[in-house]
Design a protein around this ligand. Structure first.
Ligand code: ATP
Length: 198
């Protein structure tokens, strides 16, 4: 079973692309979803994070204060490392567990936003980078969740640069156009991967 990593910067269209692969019957393993589940109250990483960061990171409804956490780690590199040291080993284990549980199929897609930053590249056989121009990514992200351009720019500055990402890609999905264009490109990749594995 071929393991294809799907990655790209903020707002490049990873979730949209993963949904399109899923609609073609491809199993998706989503690292962001895994990290989110692990950090829900009572779950494996929650208590470790609160132990490290303190009770002020718990919201009034008992969950992790994700907004405060994002502000903290994006403005203090040592806090960012502390969070990653808790999360990354457990996310890695969980990804391996989900791969092991996946019924056999020609290929699966692992959506891993921080594939390069987290050194998870050894988990995959090939890499798709989804890419769009910075201004388009900023516009789509702020339309999606109301974040300001400055907030989005700060996240971009914490991710590997576009060139580094593109250099490591086996396949590039350019997502500056319409959704229909993205669907067509993904369909072509789907056929390519089925051919590679047949
Ligand atoms: P993040 O890094 O924040 O998790 P992402 O890479 O998963 O983001 P998406 O959420 O898939 O990106 O896309 C960002 C926004 O842009 C979404 O609202 C999505 O619906 C929209 N979008 C993605 N691709 C296109 C497109 N080709 N045309 C129009 N809108 C698009």
């Amino acid at each position: 079973m071929l393991k294809i990593g799907l990655t790209g910067g903020i707002g490049s269209g990873k979730s949209t692309a993963a949904d399109i692969f899923s609609s073609l019957g491809v199993t998706i393993i989503d690292a962001d979803l895994i990290a989110h589940q692990l950090t829900l109250s009572g779950n494996e990483c929650f208590s470790k994070i609160i132990h490290e960061f303190g009770n002020s990171f718990i919201t009034s409804d008992g969950e992790l204060d994700r907004k405060k956490m994002a502000e903290t780690v994006f403005s203090d590199l040592s806090k960012k490392s502390a969070l990653e040291n808790i999360l990354h080993p457990i996310v890695r284990q969980r990804i391996l567990h989900e791969i092991a549980l996946t019924p056999d199929s020609p290929y699966i897609v692992l959506s891993i936003p921080l594939l390069f930053e987290s050194n998870f590249t050894d988990l995959v056989d090939r890499i798709i980078v989804i890419d769009a121009d910075d201004d388009i990514r900023i516009r789509r992200t702020s339309q999606r969740d109301g974040r300001s351009e400055a907030q989005i720019q700060r996240i971009m500055d914490n991710q590997v640069d576009r060139q580094t990402r593109l250099e490591q890609a086996n396949d590039i999905l350019e997502n500056n156009g319409e959704l229909e264009d993205l669907r067509a490109s993904i369909y072509n990749l789907h056929k390519k991967y089925l051919n590679m594995t047949s």
